[in-house]
Every structure is written in structure tokens, then in C-alpha cells.
Write a new protein. Sequence first.
Length: 269
Amino acid sequence: MTIEEAREVLLIEEQGLAAVRERIGSQFVKAVELIHDCPSRVIITGIGKSGIIGQKITATLNSTGTPSFFLHPVEAADVALDISVPKEACSLGLAPTASTTATLALGDALAVVLMNKNHFQAADFRSNHPAGSLGARLQVKVEEVMLTGTRMPLVTIAASTKEAVAELNDKNLGAVVVTGDNYRLEGIITDGDVRRYVASNLDLHNTRVEEAMTSNPITIGGDIQAVDALSIMQRHEVTVLPVVDAERRLTGILHLHDLLGKGEFRFLL
């Protein structure tokens, strides 16, 4: 019975794809032309499961030479492609199954047609695929991509929490590092720390930074590879890491953006 049910699901999805294939016409051609002539990035939108499919289509377009990014939808696009299917594979007719398969397949069709229209070659795929670019970026050492000098969001242990918040807003990296004598790392204050501090109705003006900071934050050394730093960020769910030497003196600050690029890969991770 289980095998027959699985075959029925695949049959329904095949029928859905066949229906979409038969309806490909002038609107598809118009979509290809609009995307091909787009002077910047193509926006892919979708909600719920369609949004997940949209993110996959975005990844495929990017890796095949059509710059694009995913956003949650606000209004309808200029071209409507009909991906309606006779029915869903779900026995209740409620869960998107055949329809998401059809959407995914039509997205692949768009990507391949555009790929051919742009005379896309294997060498172009290697240079455009995010995994290739990201992989190359992550092979460098932390000290090559970290922020240093005046670009670091930094206050001393003697500063007030108000001064730390001002530095947080000025550098806009989501965190401020706190140092003591000889740039020794003492702690870190994040956007989340400030929100919790304010929610507790504590006075930012009349408290020292050490009362709001997190002491002994997670750190890394400048000589490790960026890929290892990314792993640490993912494991601890942080976006900023202080970079210190053997004596825990601050030498730089690493932000997730400096590893991944300013939003270039965020939908693919």
C-alpha cells in the first residue's frame, strides 16, 4: 500500500508538471526578456512553502549568471506565470505538493533558458556559484578581513552605558567591545544587551559599561581561517567576534558581513 501511495503522489506531480508544460507561452517569453534585460538584480518573492521554493530559484539564478535575491512579497510582479495544477498530491488537497513541484520546475526552466540566452559556460558557473565565491572568501585568515583601528566599535571600561550605546549606533555593527588597560578585552555589549537593559528600566545615563556588558566573551585569534571563524559564529549563534592575541589584547573585530559579504550570501546559508 505504501508503494502505491508514493507512486500516486509522483503521478499527480507528473500530471501537474505536464499541465504547466502545456501552458508555457508568451508570458514565459516575456518573463525571460524582462529578466534578461534587467539592469540590476531580479527579485524573487514568495510566502510560506512558495517562499522556500523562491529561495531555491534565487540560488539557481545566481549560480547560472542571473543576479537575483529573495524578498518577502509586497505586491504582484509584472509577469504572471500560470503554475496551477489539476490537484495537489496531498489526500486532503491542502498541503502544497504538486504546485510547489511545478513552481520549482518552472523556475528551473527560466534559469536554463536565461542561461542559454546569456551563452553561459562552465567557467562562468564556477565563478558565479556562491559556493565557489564563498569558499574562496573563507580560505583567508581572520586578520585579513577583520576590522581594525577606528573602524572598531570600542569603548573603555570607564565609559558609561550611554557612551557605549552611542558607539553602537555610530559603528552600526550590532555590538561594542569593551577594553581595559593596554587594549585588554574586558567584555562586549550587543544590541540585545541594550534592549534587555532598557526593558529592565535601568538608567543608561548613570551606569558604567561594566554593569551592562557580557564579561569574557567568545574570542578568536587572527591567524585562524575565516571558515573556522564562521563555524564558531554558527555554533554560538553570534555575528560579532573580538579578535585577540595570546595576552587577550584586542587586535580587531570580525563581523559576519566581513566573512560572507554585505548580504551576498545570506539567503543561501
